[in-house]
Design a protein around this ligand. Structure first.
Ligand code: ZN
Length: 512
């Protein structure tokens, strides 16, 4: 605390009011530094006469409270006194993050249901949020910072409460008061949804993969007919009378169904639709209207046909389910960490129709998954959604973290690259990629200063993108990796900010 007191006195922070603190936050570096201590300026807030801020002392980040009077607080931590000044130091625990939510409500995730444009910024490391946030702050968009799937949690050894906790403290670190969301991503069961809700997730991405039936899409007409025969009469009657041989006129397109396609839709989606209704009711019971339900049907091999999207949207509306966003599987390839693969004109044509459907059936947001780095389609995505959009990005900040390692710690980056090849076969069981490992330049031929080029090579990007689980749990990597990023904190934030900023700019999101 002696180092902190010295900085606080030097910078004239003690005993001043919030307006003066706010002036100090503007301009200059984002931190005050000295003697192995770092104060995150933008986190300086007064509450009840007590100064609160985040600081890093000898490599460890904590929440610090300072006052000229003895401190009364709900946080759990250590008290001390230096030269008549009272200090309280609180560890960045889940418990303390909940006290922070009560003390500074902007640090708690909120529902973004009413917000037009949202961007999901997954942060596998629990370190990237300030960089993402600095990009987001420049645009008229609301971020979803705590966003992890069960797959990511398993691979990184984190939990939903820890993910929310990390986002909470990093939002506080930057003094970001606009509000942000938290997404329990790609959840498939009510049990997992409950775990996410308990942790403070306000957005639930319901992944229908396991309850949809993809097979009927390729069944013969006879097979479809015979399975359809077995359905409940009411279901069959309803579907045929509502959709068969009907024409649906949308703003810029027309969709019609023949009888066989209606039958396919019922066989493929009916059960999933009923399950979605059950989940929505469950969310209503638990959270009133303070939740954002996203329905995801993107984890399939075949693109979602516009007629199928319409069937799903219309049936959800009939069931009284107001989805906040829906993620179809778009035409072309949305592979992790690299640009769109496919014909942009073809994408545009179908994407437009998906947007028309969303506007006609409840005006929900179109959600684009695996949305990082799809630079060639962003202009269309921005244009056709008119920014009524949720863009979900995940592992891209991890690649930017690796870029910083490549730039600043060549030996570690070489270890990471070597190990990534070892973890690759296992990782491809979980992630679909078309990586050509033989096209990646062997590291022995690459000079240190050219190592960052790997992060601009599609094959190397995918290799590194999907092997994060193995790498982050590798004892030759883990500790050194986090140490490097903590030392190079500002460079890390800058790299992530640049990268996310490019996404928002190409989408044409208005500046703030
Ligand atoms: Zn997805």
């Amino acid at each position: 605390m002696v180092q902190l007191l010295k900085i606080l006195k030097e910078k004239g922070v003690l005993g001043i009011d919030q307006a003066s603190l706010d002036r100090k936050k503007k301009g200059g570096a984002s931190v005050y530094e000295g003697d192995g201590a770092r104060i995150y300026k933008r986190s300086m807030y007064l509450r009840g006469g007590v100064l609160h801020f985040l600081a890093r002392i000898d490599g460890v980040k904590s929440l610090i409270l300072v006052s000229q009077e003895p401190i009364d607080t709900e946080f759990i931590g250590q008290r001390s006194e230096v030269e008549g000044v009272y200090f309280f130091s609180a560890e960045l625990t889940v418990e303390n993050s909940r006290v922070l939510h009560r003390t500074f409500p902007f640090s708690e995730p909120i529902s973004l249901r009413e917000k037009r444009t949202t961007i999901g910024c997954g942060d596998r490391l629990g370190l990237a949020t300030p960089g993402q946030l600095r990009a987001v702050a420049r645009y008229d968009v609301y971020p979803v910072f705590a966003q992890q799937s069960v797959r990511e949690l398993t691979l990184t050894g984190r939990t939903f409460p820890e993910v929310v906790k990390d986002a909470t403290f990093l939002v506080f670190q930057e003094g970001f008061e606009r509000g942000y969301g938290a997404d329990g991503d790609h959840l498939k069961s009510i049990a997992d949804i409950d775990t996410a809700l308990e942790a403070g997730m306000r957005m639930i991405t319901l992944d229908l993969t396991d309850v949809m039936k993809p097979e009927p899409a390729s069944w013969s007409p006879e097979m479809v007919e015979s399975e359809f025969e077995k359905l409940d009469d009411n279901v069959a009657q309803h579907a045929l009378s509502k959709y068969s041989k009907k024409i649906f006129k949308l703003a810029g397109s027309t969709i019609n169904f023949d009888e066989l396609e209606v039958k396919r839709c019922v066989l493929m989606y009916w059960h999933a639709l009923e399950f979605t209704k059950e989940v929505d009711q469950h969310l209503k019971d638990k959270r009133g209207d303070q939740y954002d339900l996203e329905v995801s049907i993107d984890e399939t091999t075949a693109p979602t046909l516009p007629s199928h999207h319409l069937f799903i949207a219309s049936e959800l509306q009939l069931r009284g389910v107001a989805v906040n966003s829906l993620a179809p599987r778009f035409i072309g390839e949305f592979q992790k960490g690299i640009d769109y693969i496919g014909k942009v004109a073809e994408f545009d044509e179908q994407f437009k129709v998906h947007c028309d459907i969303s506007r006609a059936y409840g005006n929900y947001k179109v959600s684009v998954h695996s949305g990082s780095d799809k630079f060639s389609v962003y202009p269309s995505v921005g244009k056709y959604t008119e920014h009524r959009l949720h863009l979900k990005t995940a592992g891209t900040s991890w690649l930017e973290a690796l870029r910083v390692v490549a730039q600043t710690n060549a030996p570690l980056f070489r270890t990471i690259l070597k190990k990534a090849y070892e973890y690759f076969p296992e990782a491809t069981k979980l992630y679909q990629v078309t990586t050509d490992l033989s096209a990646i330049r062997p590291a022995s031929e690459v000079e240190d200063q050219a190592l960052p080029d790997y992060l601009d090579d599609n094959n190397a990007r995918q290799l590194l993108h999907i092997t994060y689980g193995g790498l982050l749990n590798d004892s030759d990597v883990r500790e050194e990796f986090f140490r490097t990023l903590n030392e190079r904190e500002e460079e890390h934030y800058a790299a992530v900010e640049r990268h996310i900023g490019k996404h928002l700019e190409l989408l044409g999101v208005p500046a703030k």
